[in-house]
Design a protein around this ligand. Structure first.
Ligand code: NAP
Length: 343
């Protein structure tokens, strides 16, 4: 069985990728920033012991040049998941842009230097496809597809989205400069579903925590997202790895809906158990008080109230991904959060 290097295996999405690889019998070289921080990968102890595959731990940091070279040497493929997904940062350059861009450069250069890596699967995002929801209307599009790249984000406006588009574009550039490895890119929309790790800062987990704890009780913004189950995202990476014919980008979304539609769906499922939003937060009010929720008035202006549509045909037809139902995703995520006393 092949040896696969996985970056970001300690994280929310990466943990599911490592789990599926181990269950399938691969040797997984999981890179961690600091081997002494055992709490970050404790959840693999029982999982790795019962799986067919073998788990190896290697130390590497996205910000250190050459850091991935040793782990890449002898690996057959790399799944590069690691990149910060946080909207709670102080310095966008240091906390988002550098790890995303320099990290991608370091990991992909390690792939080339390895001489052994034949395929790289990169976790990008729909944030690399578009920046603001209004982009669809401004570009005169019916929907977003894999031909589109985000051109509206910058280091000062939507820096997380900017980190994803500059990282993905760097990956395509490095791919074109060599002939040793193929590149397959996965572009998930907002990811939900149960977490294997209790030590992730992913905004996926923060959003569900905020919803269940009543952060939007007085009103939820009319913000549209694509949503996809974390296990489907992981499986898409495995399909991208294993399918000889896999190439290019793949937008992942089970469906697109507003945050309010999502919480209304949860009201049907849970009744009054949680302080779910009473109503839609008026856009004018959001422009005024958005700062309290960590969003700028420019963000509110260009995103709230604008419907988006995502074309997911490539993920379904080329990769053959079958999506879990969003209702099940939410049910299993909420159950898991209770089991781990998160809510
Ligand atoms: P997460 O749980 O916060 O995982 C981030 C991973 O990146 C962690 O394993 C983290 O390692 C690693 N990392 C961060 N900085 C690093 C550094 N300097 N050196 C080495 N590793 C570093 O977030 P996630 O939601 O799983 O996101 C994983 C990937 O999916 C990211 O590329 C993100 O952009 C992408 N994505 C996420 C979503 C979503 O809705 N969640 C949607 C689309 C795309 P530590 O454990 O050491 O912190």
């Amino acid at each position: 069985m092949a040896t696969i290097l996985v970056t970001g295996g300690t994280g929310y999405i990466g943990s599911w990728v490592v789990k599926e690889l181990l269950e399938k019998g691969y040797t997984v070289r999981m890179t961690v920033r600091d081997k002494s921080r055992k709490e970050k990968f404790l959840h693999f102890d029982t999982l790795a012991a019962s799986a067919k595959g073998k788990l190896e731990l290697w130390e590497a940091d996205l910000l250190k040049e050459g850091s991935f070279d040793k782990a890449a040497s002898g690996s057959d493929a790399i799944i590069h998941v690691a990149s910060p997904f946080t909207l709670r940062f102080k310095d966008a350059q240091k906390e988002l842009l550098d790890p995303a861009l320099l990290g991608t450069r370091n990991v992909l250069n390690a792939a080339t230097r390895s001489g052994t890596v034949k395929k790289v699967v990169l976790t990008s995002s729909v944030a690399a496809v578009f920046g603001d929801n209004i982009d669809m209307q401004e570009k005169g599009l019916e929907e977003f597809n894999e031909e589109h790249f985000n051109i509206s984000s910058s280091s000062s406006h939507q820096p997380y989205s900017y980190s994803k588009v500059i990282a993905e574009q760097e990956a395509w550039k490095l791919f074109r400069e060599q002939k040793q490895w193929k590149l397959v890119v996965i572009n998930p929309s907002f990811v939900l579903g149960p977490s294997l790790t209790g030590h992730s800062d992913s905004e996926s987990l923060n959003l569900m925590k905020d919803i269940l704890k009543g952060k939007f009780y007085m009103g939820a913004p009319e913000l549209y997202f694509g949503f996809v189950d974390v296990r489907d995202v992981a499986h898409a990476h495995i399909l991208a790895l294993e399918k000889e014919s896999a190439e290019g980008r793949h937008i992942l979304a089970e469906r697109t809906m507003s945050l309010l539609d999502l919480t209304d769906m949860m009201k049907v499922m849970y009744g009054k158990k949680y302080k779910l939003p009473l109503m839609k937060a008026p856009k004018g009010l959001m422009m005024l008080i958005g700062g309290l929720f960590g969003v700028t008035s420019k963000f509110v202006k260009r995103n709230v109230g604008y419907v988006i549509r995502l074309n997911t045909t490539r993920s379904r037809k080329q990769l053959g991904l079958q999506y879990r139902n969003l209702e099940d995703t939410i049910k299993e995520m909420v159950t898991q959060m209770h089991e781990h006393n998160i809510v």
